[in-house]
Design a protein around this ligand. Structure first.
Ligand code: CO
Length: 275
């Protein structure tokens, strides 16, 4: 929680203008945008009278979009613009999956904005998708509802991002939660632990012959297109196919699954209620 110190008298007569800022890593893959559009739609339904803005945390993605003629603000620019436009109370929702580096940077950015004089009175940051035990249970249930019908020797590998940040522990933890419900669903990451190589061994041990690869990322963007199902030697698709598995890719981000989106919306609701 970040509250600006205000002289009480001034505070009393100042009018309130509330706004929402949704902050995602971002994507430059046009087909992946459906996930963020769906999130926008769900947030709009939950907050019909509040203005909703977006910011992308990835400078690389913003630069790429700019070259295509599309401009998306960074969190610091988006918040500065809102401050200039007289927003007094802002709920910032992290559209990230885990409370990792991007989330930490977002908290720091909000703190920085609150250090600048004459800005918003209060900014609250909503937790990312996964934060506590209840979030994990809800996400696991939501993901399991949307699986294809699995035959006896079929399994699922979810592709998470992974991070050097300590919150990478969410990914091995998810394996534990999935294992409480099914023997055929596994979590692997592109840039953290568990790796696809660890997971390949598990698939073999469990007698799985066919694997569905499904993103565990808000959008089916660059990592899904390249690392998951890309047509090159290091893609998970190729790796598993070469190891003798039948593989099918499902290109759907978690932002397209409303049972998952409702958790982000709940976290936004929590933040908004704290304003
Ligand atoms: Co990445």
């Amino acid at each position: 929680m970040l509250v600006r110190y205000m002289w009480p008298l001034k505070n009393k007569f100042k009018h309130m203008k509330k706004g929402i800022l949704l902050v995602a890593f971002g994507t430059s893959v046009p087909s992946a945008k459906v996930a963020l559009e769906n999130v926008h739609h769900e947030v709009e339904k939950a907050f019909p009278d509040i203005s909703i803005r977006w910011a992308y945390t990835s400078a690389f993605i913003r630069k790429k979009l700019k070259q295509q003629g599309k401009e998306i603000d960074s969190p610091v620019i988006a918040l500065s613009k809102m401050a200039d436009e007289g927003y007094t109370h802002i709920a910032v929702q992290s559209m990230h999956t885990i409370p990792g580096l991007e989330y930490d940077y977002l908290l720091q950015t909000v703190k920085g904005i609150m250090d600048i004089p004459k800005g918003p009175e209060k900014i609250e940051v909503g937790r990312p998708l996964l934060y506590d035990h209840v979030d994990i249970e809800r996400v696991v249930d939501a993901m399991l509802i949307h699986l294809p019908q699995l035959l006896k020797n079929e399994g699922v590998v979810f592709m998470g991002h992974g991070t050097p940040h300590f919150s990478n522990v969410f990914y091995p933890a998810l394996n534990y939660y999935f294992a409480q419900k099914t023997k055929s669903v596994f979590m692997a990451t592109v840039e953290g632990f568990p790796t696809i190589h660890d997971t390949l061994l598990k698939l073999k041990q469990n007698g799985i012959g066919k694997v569905y690869l499904i993103p565990f990322m808000s959008v089916a963007g660059g990592h899904v297109k390249n690392d998951m199902c890309g047509d090159h030697d290091e893609s998970w698709y190729r790796l598993l196919t070469s190891a003798g598995f039948k593989v099918e890719c499902i290109l759907k981000g978690t932002g397209e699954i409303n049972e998952v989106v409702s958790i982000w919306v709940q976290h936004l609701r929590d933040a908004f209620n704290r304003l």
